[in-house]
Design a protein around this ligand. Structure first.
Ligand code: UDP
Length: 472
């Protein structure tokens, strides 16, 4: 964190409320951002709609106050709800819990919060904030480019995404968009009938966003410069990322070692022991995050490709996915110290990505994973699945040039041979040097963005000043 403090109001008396959506990829960036605000003197209350038993792994968030508010699911059989029903239930219950919380907060605090920072997919939280005389800051946990596509789809903006000039060249505005082919847009937009409830949710982010006082994005300006400028010309957007604990961005800083709230139990010791025993940059780390689920065929191809590749392996297979592993896979990896790979149910991803033994990250391109890998200088092999992942994957390969993409065959399957070939190329092939150099370059730029005086740091300073100006 920057040592330059914003204007010295009695900042410790200025309260801010933060409302997060209870999935890992939304909690992490908002919790980390909250800790940064607290380090700059704001008093942050982090609200999370969650049953308490899921919250047992809360650590390292002592600078902020965490409050669990009801998601109203105690007597509900979640498995029996459709996505539509679940999301509607969550909206009704969480808006009620939020309203109750704000009322209580306003009646018992001498200086109640004037700002609610809410996850952008909870667009209704802005109306709630305004009803209680508060300002809203919408926090986007996706990159700017995916948001532009949601805006286009919703009809909020029109882009000449593809126009052809007199010489047959494809023109694009903003020009960088021309890297995206028709299947690279966020999956909800490509196939609108497949997940209508989620499409509604992501489009909802833009239903009332003009009324939000701030639009905060977990990205950094240099990474999506053209798009940030293009969007910033129309709305007051602030890039505040990467929201990664500073100890990983700058080894000299003392800071917490993780985000602070893990919904899964990480097998951190086992991962570290495994990585410590391996030579530098010799291991491929594989993870498909907290939500993605591969088909059984795809899982088999992946296992087979990873078994045959030349490198060591650290693979996160969530408990719910374990049954899809080929029957003899663990035995085939070998035994004890000689074995080729370690499979765990969850890890501390930041610890793994920043370990010197990791040579590449095979990822499905969730936005946090993408940003973490870029910011820690780890080359990627990308296997996008759905949501914004195809868009992120294209930018990783074509724009930031820090990875290779596993191509699907005509049946839509990413074969073992293709997986093995991409990994071998990035770990030891001709493209290795160039991709590694680009990764290190982005690591440096990410660090500069968040360091004192960097683009994100300045935005955060400005945001804090604005909040303080609203006063006590
Ligand atoms: N993560 C982790 N351990 C794992 C896998 C993921 O700590 O074994 C963290 C990762 O660091 C990231 C988040 O979980 O911050 C996943 O977010 P992302 O946006 O990448 O994907 P999602 O899980 O939301 O699909």
């Amino acid at each position: 964190p920057s040592s330059e403090q914003p204007k010295m109001h009695p900042a410790k008396d200025v309260n801010v409320l933060v409302l997060a959506h209870p999935v890992q990829g939304h909690i992490n960036p908002m919790l980390q951002f909250s800790k940064r605000l607290a380090s700059m003197g704001l008093r942050v209350t982090f609200l999370i709609p969650m049953s308490t038993e899921k919250s047992l792994n809360l650590v390292n968030a002592s600078s902020i106050q965490v409050e669990y508010i009801s998601e109203g699911l105690d007597n509900v059989e979640v498995d029996k709800l459709s996505i539509d029903e679940y999301l509607e239930h969550l909206r009704v219950s969480v808006s009620r819990s939020l309203s109750d919380f704000i009322q209580k907060h306003q009646s018992c605090q001498e200086n109640p919060a004037k700002v609610l920072i809410y996850d952008s997919i909870y667009c209704w939280a802005l109306d709630m904030a305004m009803e209680h005389d508060m300002h809203g800051a919408s926090f986007f946990t996706q990159c700017v480019v995916s948001c532009i596509y949601y805006l286009v789809h919703q009809g909020t903006v029109k882009l000449p995404v593809e126009a052809v000039d007199g010489q047959g060249r494809v023109l694009s505005d903003p020009p960088v968009m021309s890297v995206l082919g028709p299947n690279d847009f966020p999956s909800f937009v490509v196939d609108v009938d497949k997940y209508p409830a989620i499409l509604k949710l992501v489009l909802g982010q833009f239903s009332n966003f003009r009324k939000a006082k701030w639009l905060l994005f977990n990205t950094f300006t240099e990474l999506e410069e053209e798009l940030v400028n293009w969007m910033g010309n129309q709305w007051s957007l602030m890039t505040v990322g990467p929201t990664i604990p500073s100890v990983y961005m700058d080894k000299r800083l003392e800071d917490d070692k993780d985000y602070g709230l893990s919904l899964f139990e990480p097998e951190a010791e086992a991962c570290l022991r495994w990585l410590d025993s391996k030579p530098p940059r010799s291991t491929v780390y594989v993870s498909f995050g907290s939500l993605a689920s591969l088909g059984e065929d795809q899982m088999e191809e992946l296992a087979s490709g990873l078994r045959s590749m030349k490198s060591h392996l650290l693979w996160v297979v969530r408990e719910s996915e374990e049954k899809k592993l080929p029957r003899n896979f663990m035995q085939e990896l070998g035994l004890d110290d000689d074995k080729k790979g370690l499979v765990v149910r969850w890890c501390n991803q930041l610890q793994v990505l920043s370990h010197g033994s990791v040579g590449c990250f095979m990822t499905y391109c969730g936005w946090n994973s993408t940003l973490e890998s870029l910011s820690l200088g780890v080359p990627m092999v990308v296997m996008p699945q759905w949501t914004d992942q195809p868009t992120n994957a294209t930018f990783i390969v074509e724009v930031w040039k820090v990875g290779l993409r596993v191509k699907a065959n005509e049946r839509g399957v990413m074969t073992a041979e293709e997986i093995e070939s991409c990994v071998n190329e990035i770990m030891g092939g001709e493209r290795r040097k160039e991709i590694r150099e680009n990764s290190l370059k982005w690591k440096e730029i990410a660090k500069l963005a968040i360091d004192k005086g960097g683009s994100s740091d300045k935005n955060i300073q400005e945001f804090v000043s604005n909040v303080l100006d609203l006063g006590t």
